[in-house]
Design a protein around this ligand. Structure first.
Ligand SMILES: [Zn+2]
Length: 353
């Protein structure tokens, strides 16, 4: 890896986005947009990724509960149809559709986009200025309890799996987006969920605990032999959302050699949980600083949730990532630490998984 001569050159490998879903759902509608054209809609496309020195990330495949969901409007967290359980076959087909969308992006990119299956492939892509796409599933509905689909999707590039989204499935329960609230809402993993953690461990698929209930979190800590990773969650001590992690959870992640990626969703950042677009970048930096204090310099990354969240205006799309780098520098983070948070820690945890 090159050592960066100045902080402003640092690239970002980001732990979570929903761009595949956004783009695939708008295909064939009047709001359709191409990944290759600069848009003012949504958060990620290739031109804005280049402006923001976004080197790549975990691209999530998420199956919405409500098939009629209109992706041109903001997600309504109060609509119960958005949390309904989904049959495995439906989620599997939809996941294949999103993986296929990623393959088409790679094929159409003329070498600019590359689906990566290991940290070393990501490093190689970064050195060639190719955008690294690592495939993730958010909510394991697509996986059957005999794990045939897990092996099949692994063969298609899957390297990271969130056991649940904020709804129940065969493997466990998701945590509601409650505020203020403890994350200890609802049951933990089922026996199938614990077996899925072990199956992921033996394949080398990263297990993501973001969206899990606190009981489910502790079940993963007990079942998993790999580092514990929360790809897009923040510090509960600063913002008491049920989607964030308590100090005890952060300590367990630290002990496992794991990582937390900071999420840009306004309501997971602010102390008051209010939806305030003018939230300053310092609030994001404050979470990063707190997590570094708790997890050490090797345990913190970025998990923007772009195209799946409502970020503050100052980080309104991927082209603004350098402003976050600048924000860290202004807060006194050294170049080495910024580089770790920006991409090295993600690559290290993928290596160790
Ligand atoms: Zn999410």
């Amino acid at each position: 890896m090159p050592t960066h001569s100045s902080v402003s050159d640092i690239s970002v490998f980001d732990g979570h986005n929903d761009t595949l879903l956004k783009l695939a759902m708008l295909e064939g509608t009047p709001r359709e947009r191409s990944f290759f054209d600069r848009s003012s809609e949504g958060h990620i496309d290739l031109p804005r990724a280049r402006e923001g020195r976004f080197a790549g990330g975990l691209f999530a495949a998420f199956t919405p509960s409500n098939p009629e969901y209109d992706f041109s409007t903001p997600f309504n967290p109060n609509d119960p149809r958005n949390y309904a359980e989904i049959p495995q076959s439906q989620a599997y087909d939809f996941t294949l559709k999103l993986f296929d969308y990623a393959s088409r992006l790679e094929a159409q990119s003329g070498g600019e986009v590359r689906i990566c299956r290991s940290a070393n492939e990501i490093r190689d892509a970064m050195s060639k200025d190719q955008l690294a796409v690592s495939l993730h599933i958010e909510g394991a509905e697509a996986i059957d309890t005999d794990f045939h689909a897990l092996e099949d999707l692994y063969g298609k590039g899957l390297r990271s799996l969130g056991l649940v989204w904020s709804r129940a499935n065969a493997f466990g329960d998701g945590v509601p987006m409650a505020f203020p609230s403890s994350p200890d809402i609802g049951p933990g993993l089922t026996d199938a969920g614990k077996a899925l953690v072990k199956a992921c461990n033996s394949l080398g698929v990263l297990v993501d605990v973001s969206h899990l209930t606190e009981k489910g979190f502790w079940d993963v800590v007990e079942a998993s032999e790999a580092p514990i990773v929360a790809s897009h969650s923040n510090a509960h001590a600063i913002c008491p959302s049920a989607r964030n992690l308590t100090d005890k959870q952060l300590d367990a992640i630290c002990e496992s050699g794991g990582l937390v990626g900071v999420n840009f969703q306004i309501s997971f950042l602010r102390e008051d949980g209010r939806y305030q677009k003018q939230t300053p970048i310092d609030v994001v930096v404050r979470h990063l600083a707190y997590l570094v204090e708790r997890l050490g310099e090797d345990g913190v990354g970025i998990g923007s949730d772009y195209d799946g969240c409502s970020p503050p205006h100052c980080l309104r799309d991927i082209s603004h990532l350098p402003d976050l780098i600048k924000g860290m520098e202004n807060a006194g983070f050294g170049a080495k630490l910024i580089q770790k948070i920006a991409f090295e820690n993600w690559l290290s945890v993928l290596d160790r998984t």
